[in-house]
Each structure stands twice: as C-alpha cells, then as structure tokens.
Design a binder for this molecule. Structure first.
Ligand SMILES: [Zn+2]
Length: 232
C-alpha cells in the first residue's frame, strides 16, 4: 500500500479513535481553536499529535529503502539498502566523534544516533518482516515510549499524549497491509521460518492499484472530513 494511503487511513482511524477516547481526542481541537484566546501550546500539541499519527502510519515501511519516510528521514541515504548501511555506519561513527564544545551538540549527537540506527535497521530488515508484526510493533512502542519519556524530562509537557496517536497510526498500517496481496506475517519471529509466512484478508488489493491510490486514499480522506463535521 502506498505511503499516502497509509497516512490517510491512519488519520481516519485516529479521528474515529480520538472520539472514543475523549481525553486525547483529536477532533475536539477544532472546537478549542474556534474559542478565543486558545493558548499556542494547544496548537503545538495538535500539530505534534498529527505528526505522531503521520510518523506512526509510515514507520513500518522504514524496513523498505526508498519508501516515503525512509527518504524523509535518511535523505539520499534512505534510497537503497547499501546507502542506508554505509550512511548509518558513518552517522553512528560521527555521533561518537562530535566535539562536546557547542551547547546543541547533545541534540545533534542524539539525532545522529537515532537516524544512524534507523538507517542500519533499514539496511538489515526484510520488507514486511519484523516491523509488520506484533513483536515489531511492541519493540517500536517500547522505543517510542522511552523517547517520549526523554522528551517529557526535557520539558515537553504533552509528550505523553503523543504515544496513542503514534500507536493508532502504526496499528492501522499493519491492518491495512493485511488487505494487500503481499499481506503480512503478524506473528513473525526472527529465525523461525514457520512464523514468517505472509497472510492476508480474504478481500485484498494490489499496492499502487487504482483502489489503493484513489478509492482507499480519498475514501479515508472523506471519512476524516465526515468525522470532524459530525463530531465537531
Ligand atoms: Zn507496510
């Protein structure tokens, strides 16, 4: 399934899911924004939650060099497995060599470590393997949760409200890929071939087909609008 369709589906599920979970509701924000004197922190939180849905919706395809998020995060290094591997090693090496004299260096070092690590994973992982499984989702959630705790400690007060939007995006991606011809292996375990057999729902589509690029993508966008209008 294409990245844009995944993002549209992720947002559609987040809007519906947000309605069911009022405290983290995405669709109550338009109301808040219409009120006078909305603190800019609410706007920033809304944007951050949207980014979390967007990243979560595309994160599983980081196992595929050339995917939208792979190129967004890795730039030219995210194009192929070779560039990802070499670039990842260089970034990890640079992270250990950065002089600690400038105040922003700790952030730069963390940036290099995270992007370098993601690039190495991109080079090593098989497409629609670990990242498209429940085990992979659990591991990614632990990493993201830890990252958000670091943000919280750094003073980003709404960091804990970003976990669920990310999880919704990620989960919706896996379910959506279950409706494609290549399917996914939800119980995938590394080195256990019998768990790696791909599986799809009885109804499925082809990636890049008209149904993928038009019907599902615009259908999901329509649901997002309906969700906002209906619940606003
Ligand atoms: Zn995928």
């Amino acid at each position: 399934m294409t990245g844009k369709t995944h993002v549209a589906i992720g947002f559609a599920v987040a809007v519906a899911g947000g309605h069911l979970m009022q405290p983290i509701s995405l669709e109550t924000y338009p109301n808040l924004l219409l009120q006078e004197g909305v603190p800019s922190s609410v706007l920033i939180q809304l944007l951050a939650m949207a980014v979390a849905v967007w990243v979560g919706s595309m994160a599983p395809d980081l196992d595929q060099p050339g995917s939208t998020l792979s190129r967004d995060i890795g730039g030219p290094l995210g194009r192929t497995k070779t560039t990802a591997f070499v670039g990842g090693l260089i970034l990890l090496y640079l992270a250990t060599r950065l002089p600690a004299t400038l105040s922003f260096m700790p952030y730069l070092r963390w940036g290099f470590l995270v992007v370098g690590g993601i690039l190495i994973m991109m080079a090593i992982l098989k497409h629609r393997g670990l990242t498209h499984s429940l085990l992979g989702m659990g591991l990614v959630c632990i990493a993201v949760h830890w990252g958000l705790l670091v943000l919280l400690a750094e003073g980003v007060s709404f960091a804990n409200s970003l976990f669920l939007p990310f999880l919704i995006g990620y989960g919706a991606h896996l379910v959506a890929d279950g409706f494609t011809k290549s399917g996914i292996a939800p119980l995938y375990l590394p080195f256990v071939p019998m768990t790696q057999k791909h599986w799809h729902f009885p109804i499925y589509i082809r990636t890049g087909s008209y149904v993928d690029r038009v019907v599902l993508r615009f259908g999901a966008m329509f649901l997002i609008i309906v969700g906002f209008v209906y619940w606003a």
